[in-house]
Every structure is written in C-alpha cells, then in structure tokens.
Design a protein around this ligand. Structure first.
Ligand SMILES: CC(C)(COP(=O)(O)OP(=O)(O)OC[C@H]1O[C@@H](n2cnc3c(N)ncnc32)[C@H](O)[C@@H]1OP(=O)(O)O)[C@@H](O)C(=O)NCCC(=O)NCCS
Length: 219
C-alpha cells in the first residue's frame, strides 16, 4: 500500500468541488495512480468508470475532486450519506453495465467474484444511521501526494456531510501498511472507534469524525 511522501514538499494549491460526469476519465486515472494495488484498480478502467458514473448519479452520494491551478484533477474523495443498501443499490441499478465491465477483471482474477458478491451485502457489515455519513474512498495522484491535497479533500467532504445534516462521518482504513493515511486522520481529529478483520483477513480501523452531538448508529 502507498505511503505518503515526506510532507516537507511544497503545498500545492487546489480547489475542491463536486465531481461531475466530465471528471470521470481523470478520476479513474487518478484512482489507478493513487491505488495501483487496490481491489477496484484490479477490476480495470471500464469497471472504475461504471463505478464512478453510478456513484455520482446517486442523490445520496458525496463526491469531491481536487483541481490544481492547471485545471487538472489531482485527487478525489467519495462516499455518501450512507443509507442502508448503498452499494447494493449502486450495483443492481446498473447491473448489466457492471456485469459487462467486470469481465476483464474477473478473467484476470476469478477470486474477485466473492468480493463483488460481498459488496451487494454491504449494509450488513457497515454502520449506518440517519445522520452518519461514510467516506468510502480517497486518492491523490501519486506525484502530488504529501502536499496538502488529501487534507483539503477530507475537509471538503466533511463540509458537505455537515451541510446535508450528518452529525458524524465514519470510514474504514487499513490498519497495517497504511501509516500515512492513519496519521493524517488522527492529526485531523478523527476518533479511532474500533478495529476489525474483513473476511479476507485485512485488519481495518474504523474512524469517526463527530460533527455535532453523537450519531445515532445501527449495524
Ligand atoms: C492517503 C492520501 C489520500 C493522503 O493525501 P495527501 O495529499 O498525500 O496528504 P496531505 O499532504 O494532505 O496530508 C498530509 C497530512 O498528514 C500528515 N502525514 C502524512 N504522512 C504522515 C506520516 N507518515 N506520519 C505522520 N504524519 C503524516 C502530514 O503531516 C499532513 O499534515 P499537515 O497538513 O498538518 O502537514 C494520499 O497520500 C493517497 O492517495 N494515498 C494512496 C491511496 C490511499 O492510501 N488512500 C487511502 C485509503 S482509501
């Protein structure tokens, strides 16, 4: 897993704004650059495009991109107001597009079938609640990491979650081999709520950022 480079690199000036359909190609390139070894990257470009196109179509989604002074996308953060069944609805609403887009990735890695099936069961393993947002994924282009973009994106995500009525946002981060991301979260005041293992044996940290009061959470 990628680590954040030393943070004495100069800050890069970025603006965070909502992701649109015109950003999808750049977001997919950024995703692959930031997270080359991650599961979604292994599913290929077509799958990622379908994923982000479906995500921004969902009214409960929160999707932000960071734009540098040349107008290029250098990072993204996506999640949602975290309604029960978010991933299941995402996959089933465009099941045919996802099925077609999955073929190359599944031919390369047949074991990924189980991960996709599990994603359709998402609500049973994630916390959810009326006022709990979820930050599902964040990535900064590899040549721009460690220069303040991730912090800007996290702040933009939290701002939007608050505007939509969240009292807290949660996220899951790999507990091992992920020192930079865990350090950033703790530095920004995220609370380490629990640690658990996925069915694949990955140790994960669950963090919450409380915006107001205490969230009403169900599992
Ligand atoms: C994780 C990621 C999103 C962070 O974004 P970034 O732009 O690189 O990070 P930033 O420069 O905004 O943030 C760095 C902050 O965390 C701190 N930080 C970073 N690495 C650190 C480390 N190893 N130890 C201590 N603090 C660290 C920095 O000091 C900085 O704090 P500051 O703003 O007070 O100086 C980005 O590096 C990335 O895309 N990584 C690969 C994908 C990934 O792991 N995504 C997360 C899982 S979905």
């Amino acid at each position: 897993m990628a680590t954040i480079p030393p943070t004495d690199s100069p800050r890069v000036s970025v603006v965070a704004r909502p992701m649109t359909s015109l950003d999808i190609d750049s977001v997919v390139m950024t995703h692959r650059s930031a997270m080359p070894g991650f599961f979604l990257s292994s599913m290929g470009t077509g799958f990622l495009k379908t994923y982000y196109a479906s995500l921004i179509d969902d009214p409960t989604a929160i999707a932000r991109v960071a734009i540098d002074s040349s107008g290029d996308v250098v990072g993204f953060a996506v999640g949602s107001m975290n309604p029960s069944g978010f991933y299941r609805r995402l996959l089933t609403r465009r099941w045919l597009a996802f099925a077609v887009a999955s073929v190359p990735g599944l031919l390369r890695n047949p074991g990924a079938t189980w991960r996709i099936v599990r994603a359709t069961r998402y609500p049973s393993t994630q916390p959810h609640g009326d006022n709990l947002g979820g930050l599902y994924s964040i990535g900064v282009r590899s040549d721009t990491q460690g220069r303040g973009v991730g912090r800007t994106l996290v702040n933009a995500f939290l701002e939007e979650a608050r505007a939509r009525g969240s009292s807290a946002v949660y996220l899951h981060a790999d507990a091992e081999g992920n020192d930079g991301w865990n350090a950033l979260l703790q530095k920004m005041g995220w609370r380490l709520e629990s640690t658990f293992s996925t069915p694949e044996g990955r140790r994960m940290n669950e963090y919450w950022f409380v915006l107001e009061g205490e969230p009403n959470v169900a599992r």
